[in-house]
Design a protein around this ligand. Sequence first.
Ligand code: NAP
Ligand code: ZN
Length: 359
Amino acid sequence: MPTVNAYAAQTATSPLAPFQIVRRELNANDVQVEILYSGVCHSDVHQARSEWGPSLYPLVPGHEIVGRVTAVGAEVGRFKVGDLAGVGVLVDSCQHCDSCSAGLEQYCENGSTQTYNSRERESKAITFGGYSTSIVVREEFVLRVPESLDLKAVAPLLCAGITMYSPLRHWKIGAGHNVAVVGLGGLGHMGIKLAAAMGAQVTLFTTSQGKAEDGLRLGAHHVVISSDKAAMKAVRASFDFILSTVPTSHDLNPYLGTLKLGGQLVIVGAIDPVEVHGGQLISHRRSVSGSNIGGLQETQEMLDFCAEHGIVADIELIDMQDINAAYDRVVKNDVKYRFVIDMASLKREQPEEKNSAAD
Ligand code: NAP
Ligand code: ZN
């Protein structure tokens, strides 16, 4: 089976280091993608460090993958060798439950298969993500990547982009809506760009004074420093919709107070407990919801929307060898606004890969 070069964490406390992984032989409906760029999501850090409960090790992160098709199985119809391709957070699902039938594979009732830190449905082998030179994925979970966009800046759309796009679409956000995005990081900066492109009035809530100018440059119409009590008071009961990308447990109440009557706050960041005061909900019939990435059809729609509107991420390109320093910078809130790994750096460094079935 093909052996390919990767970077893996061996335990929750060890740094990522070179590692060779085995990719499966192509099934009839599989697509093999040579990975050109791989985005670095805060979820990669959470999982490499077992911050969401014990992860499966060795762990090869990466679920914002862009590359070129290098081989296809006999029954693949939508891709041919040489095509651009994208892979996001999902690589498989049951394909027959109500959620899958509705194109909501991320909510598969039998458990979707994640690109890494998950198990393949048949073989139960651990799945390995995009910090590697190639990946094999069933055709239904491979996205078409528009040729017109800057490829390295497209990679973050596969997770950060869709995680913002899906709730904006689900709650039908557009012109006439007053929207706020909490946190200017990988997700948040995409949320601003997408909500603005959909015609909404957009406000950024940030804890970082130094990001105010960038917030406006990225498309926000207003910026509110969330620690500034007077500024928070000035936007009381003014938003229809708030998207919170805050990555940890936090107090939602200051943000809830800024929602209008019937307003909706959607959490995509924190999977930990959050503080909600019942009175904040009752007084203005407000709601709190969550949202998980997006389905395959919607991810394709998002990529096409981004092509139409010329939207990509603002990125800092790094070599694979710089990944541990990049993780520390993600945690320190020091990234503008997404790290993307240039996979050419991994190809240069590592031992020869073996492609023969006899290996
Ligand atoms: P990120 O780049 O680190 O951005 C998070 C931003 O949140 C930071 O830039 C910061 O913005 C703000 N922030 C950080 N700590 C905060 C705190 N304690 N209180 C208030 N604000 C804080 O992370 P990301 O990659 O965008 O991911 C954000 C979260 O979403 C992560 O937890 C990730 O695992 C999760 N995620 C969820 C999904 C999903 O499907 N639901 C998908 C992808 C990622 P300011 O400096 O502007 O305050
Ligand atoms: Zn992600």
